[in-house]
Design a protein around this ligand. Structure first.
Ligand SMILES: Cc1cc2nc3c(=O)[nH]c(=O)nc-3n(C[C@H](O)[C@H](O)[C@H](O)COP(=O)(O)OP(=O)(O)OC[C@H]3O[C@@H](n4cnc5c(N)ncnc54)[C@H](O)[C@@H]3O)c2cc1C
Ligand SMILES: *[C@@H]1O[C@H](CO)[C@@H](O)[C@H](O)[C@H]1NC(C)=O
Ligand SMILES: *[C@@H]1O[C@H](CO)[C@@H](O)[C@H](O)[C@H]1NC(C)=O
Ligand SMILES: *[C@@H]1O[C@H](CO)[C@@H](O)[C@H](O)[C@H]1NC(C)=O
Ligand SMILES: *[C@@H]1O[C@H](CO)[C@@H](O)[C@H](O)[C@H]1NC(C)=O
Ligand SMILES: *[C@@H]1O[C@H](CO)[C@@H](O)[C@H](O)[C@H]1NC(C)=O
Ligand SMILES: *[C@@H]1O[C@H](CO)[C@@H](O)[C@H](O)[C@H]1NC(C)=O
Ligand SMILES: *[C@@H]1O[C@H](CO)[C@@H](O)[C@H](O)[C@H]1NC(C)=O
Ligand SMILES: *[C@@H]1O[C@H](CO)[C@@H](O)[C@H](O)[C@H]1NC(C)=O
Ligand SMILES: *[C@@H]1O[C@H](CO)[C@@H](O)[C@H](O)[C@H]1NC(C)=O
Ligand SMILES: *[C@@H]1O[C@H](CO)[C@@H](O)[C@H](O)[C@H]1NC(C)=O
Ligand SMILES: *[C@@H]1O[C@H](CO)[C@@H](O)[C@H](O)[C@H]1NC(C)=O
Length: 604
């Protein structure tokens, strides 16, 4: 990665910003700065590093108090007007190859993936990964959060304590087609008064959806219908819920930095500001305090100072990387790189946890799949024009319609050797996203359905480390995919469960054939398929994990303050002590909502 950003700093923005200050431009842009010289200064009560899922929540909640001044430093670009970050169906465009909206990371060679290095997606734009993620809204099980509370020895992290924070985040919204949603979710476990929109799908695939629902009737033991997988008890098959409102993506940028918030005079967001490290450490009685956050903009270094706290919200890659560059981490490894150790915290960057994703496709005897639209330019443009005109139609959601959450069989031989890594008996090991489509990705024509399998409870662990002492070199990203017997076993079982799902009688005249027959493979061949084709579902967590105050490991205490430091907190996915059996944005939002309250308790 180049030290000098390629964005055209010096011409376009300097001409535009005076117009914003005159109030001539879009109001939602008015407080989002692109040039450090337009800020009133660099001293704030709170400096937040990273404007992603968590950072924008914290910025919003802290500036509810007019006495707090907040600066958010974001390395990436604006999300404003980026059509692929607005049209839900286009979300994958932002992840296709290197582009200005992402960090362009690649993993280290993954032994569990037959030594492949795979692209590792991470957004470099306002809203962070909520501006380009799959928008799937899943909280996980109550048991997942109760385990956090046990590990942290803080009941404040339990499901019951966090439910009000899920409700502060969630704004349940009617789907884009305004269809009758009775029987598709449980209103009792949702909130309509939060900030970030969540909805059921805004367009239908009636034939396919009936197939799925009929499967729950034909296989009620293995795949029972679950009215709402976000109730804390996810097992079963439920209708997909997504962070979409009015047919558009709802990101932390469009919601928590929406027009009614970004106007606050005490809230400043600076884009194109990449934090290199925390500087001017001072140690008093063994406790470290940093004097500021150093950042690069337009080829120059600046330092932002926080009189109350610096909050790292740079995500599961960015946060440990900044800590390590600042001398916070394993003393011996840092010294070996020529970085002065400031605080010896060996857990920084360790215990990295992510989930794998594996696909299976079947050709089907139906034209009612998204392939029909994707493979026909006329229909594609009609769908796009419909979205443009009314924010309705097939582009208001992703292609998946339901999610099946299931457990490994209790009698699985793997449990002879491995303790069940799930948080409890009501927590799934496997997720199967069920949807139409799949031909286009494989370059095939015709109609398909696709099942996407996720191993939710991996026992593999990886790491985020530095390759040098240059603060602008990208970190080494090793998610440690499929390095344990359990993870490979669970990946195999996830494929068998997916095949079982489509064995329900209702699929008999619907499915023509699998695109690759995975069921008739030997175990070795199936393992090879898994290692060769699996990728990341992009849910990295635990790289700056929370642990109990008296634990011998961990990076932050249950109040999210860094162990051994003062005035430094971490609020993002990196503090999550165990990966939830879910996609991770809801968990991250709830960490941020509670984290903001913990800060307010300290300072008011
Ligand atoms: C492609 C993809 C698809 C996903 N799909 C889903 C999904 O469908 N459902 C779901 O629930 N979850 C999904 N996730 C995961 C979810 O989006 C993340 O768990 C969540 O966004 C994590 O939030 P965060 O605040 O920890 O980090 P992020 O959202 O990554 O935000 C971190 C921010 O910090 C900035 N930053 C990093 N380093 C620096 C630095 N040095 N200086 C300044 N700024 C910095 C980044 O640019 C970024 O804006 C997906 C993730 C990806 C990448
Ligand atoms: C802000 O500060 C003023 C003056 O100190 C105080 O009266 C007020 O209660 C504070 N507001 C909040 C929300 O804390
Ligand atoms: C997004 O991706 C689709 C294919 O899924 C492509 O046809 C379309 O042109 C892309 N949209 C934009 C705005 O780039
Ligand atoms: C990612 O790659 C694109 C294309 O090469 C480049 O324009 C962009 O600046 C890169 N992103 C970062 C954060 O370096
Ligand atoms: C992967 O790399 C390791 C270490 O370089 C090597 O021992 C192993 O044989 C490789 N595996 C494959 C499948 O190539
Ligand atoms: C990783 O997490 C486990 C708890 O799950 C803990 O026992 C271990 O000490 C951690 N390792 C590091 C290096 O933090
Ligand atoms: C594409 O769709 C249009 C509109 O339904 C139809 O007239 C046309 O025949 C289709 N083209 C192909 C190649 O199927
Ligand atoms: C929809 O709007 C986008 C962005 O304004 C434009 O690029 C695209 O051509 C439009 N597409 C259609 C089919 O109207
Ligand atoms: C359990 O471990 C033993 C000893 O390593 C091994 O022989 C056996 O195959 C393992 N069982 C399973 C189901 O992996
Ligand atoms: C396709 O479905 C129809 C009924 O809808 C059935 O008559 C036909 O046999 C099916 N074709 C295949 C190849 O399964
Ligand atoms: C598995 O099934 C496919 C057809 O779906 C066939 O081409 C392949 O030869 C079969 N393999 C074995 C080992 O039976
Ligand atoms: C898996 O990948 C390896 C290494 O690229 C390759 O040699 C092998 O043929 C692949 N196996 C299958 C079944 O595609």
């Amino acid at each position: 990665m180049s030290v000098v950003p390629v964005w055209p700093w010096n011409c376009a923005y300097k001409m535009l910003i005076p117009l914003f200050l005159l109030g001539l431009a879009g109001s939602s842009l008015a407080k989002i700065y692109k040039d450090v010289s337009d800020l009133p200064g660099l001293d704030y009560d709170f400096v937040i590093v990273g404007a992603g899922a968590a950072g924008n929540v914290v910025a919003n909640r802290l500036t509810e108090n007019p006495n707090f001044s907040v600066l958010v430093l974001e390395a990436g670009v604006s999300n404003e007007g980026v059509i692929d970050a607005i049209v839900p169906f286009f979300y994958e465009n932002l992840s296709a190859g290197p582009n200005i909206y992402q960090w362009n990371y690649t993993t280290t060679p993954q032994v569990g993936l037959n030594n492949r290095s795979i692209p590792y997606l991470s957004a470099h734009m306002l809203g962070g990964c909520t501006s380009h993620n799959g928008m799937v809204y899943t909280r996980g099980s109550a048991e997942d959060y109760n385990r956090w509370a046990d590990v942290a020895k803080d009941p404040g992290w339990s499901w019951d304590s966090l439910l009000p924070y899920f409700f502060k985040n969630e704004k349940w919204t009617p789907p884009a087609d305004n269809h009758d949603t009775r029987g598709e979710f449980n209103p009792a476990v949702h909130s309509t008064h939060g900030v970030n929109s969540v909805s059921l799908s805004g367009s239908r695939w009636p034939i396919f959806e009936n197939q799925v629902i009929q499967t729950t009737r034909e296989f009620p033991e293995e795949f029972p219908f679950n009215l709402d997988y976000n109730s804390g008890e996810p097992l079963g098959v439920g209708w997909i819920q997504s962070t979409i409102g009015g047919g558009k993506r709802s990101s932390s940028a469009t919601s928590y930095l929406g027009p009614q918030y970004i106007q606050r005079p005490n809230l400043h967001v600076l884009l194109h500001a990449q934090v290199s490290r925390l500087v001017r450490p001072q140690t008093t009685k063994g406790v470290v305090t940093f004097g500021g956050a150093e950042f690069l903009q337009g080829g120059s270094l600046f330092t932002a100072k926080a009189t109350k706290e610096i909050i790292l919200s740079a995500g599961s890659i960015g946060t440990p990387a900044i800590l390590l560059k600042s001398g916070v981490g394993d003393k011996n490894s840092l010294t070996a790189l020529g970085i002065t150790s400031v605080l010896d915290l060996p857990s920084v960057g360790q215990n990295a946890t992510d989930q794998t994703l594996t696909f299976a496709f079947w050709s089907v005897n139906s034209t009612q799949t998204i392939d029909t639209i994707e493979q026909n330019a006329t229909l594609f443009n009609e769908a796009y024009a419909q979205w443009n005109a009314t924010h309705t139609g097939p582009f208001t959601n992703i292609a998946q319609t339901h999610i099946a959450w299931t457990r490994l069989d209790a009698s699985s031989p793997i449990f002879e050797n491995v303790t069940d890594p799930s948080a409890g008996p009501k927590t799934p090991h496997i997720e199967i996203l069920v949807g139409t489509g799949g031909g286009s990705g494989a370059g095939q024509t015709g109609n398909f359905i696709g099942l996407a399998m996720v191993v939710l409870t991996p026992t593999s662990r990886g790491s985020i480390t530095l390759q040098s002492n240059n603060p602008f070199d990208p970190p080494l990203i090793d998610p440690g995919f499929l390095v344990t017997d359990f993870d490979l076993f669970a990946a195999r079982e996830s494929i068998k469960k997916a095949y079982r799902f489509v064995e329900a009688p209702v699929w008999r005249d619907y499915i023509i054939a699998p695109t690759v027959n995975l069921l008739n493979m030997s175990t070795d061949a199936l393992d090879e398929f898994i290692r060769n084709t699996s990728s990341s579902v992009e849910h990295l967590v635990s790289t700056a994990a929370m642990s109990a105050k008296d634990a011998s490991y961990g990076v932050v205490n249950p109040d999210l303050l860094v162990k051994g430091a003062s005035g430094l907190r971490i609020i993002d996915a990196s503090i999550i002590p165990f990966i939830p059996s879910a996609h991770t944005q809801a968990a991250t939002y709830v960490v941020a909502e509670r984290g903001a309250d913990l800060i307010k308790e300290r300072w008011t």
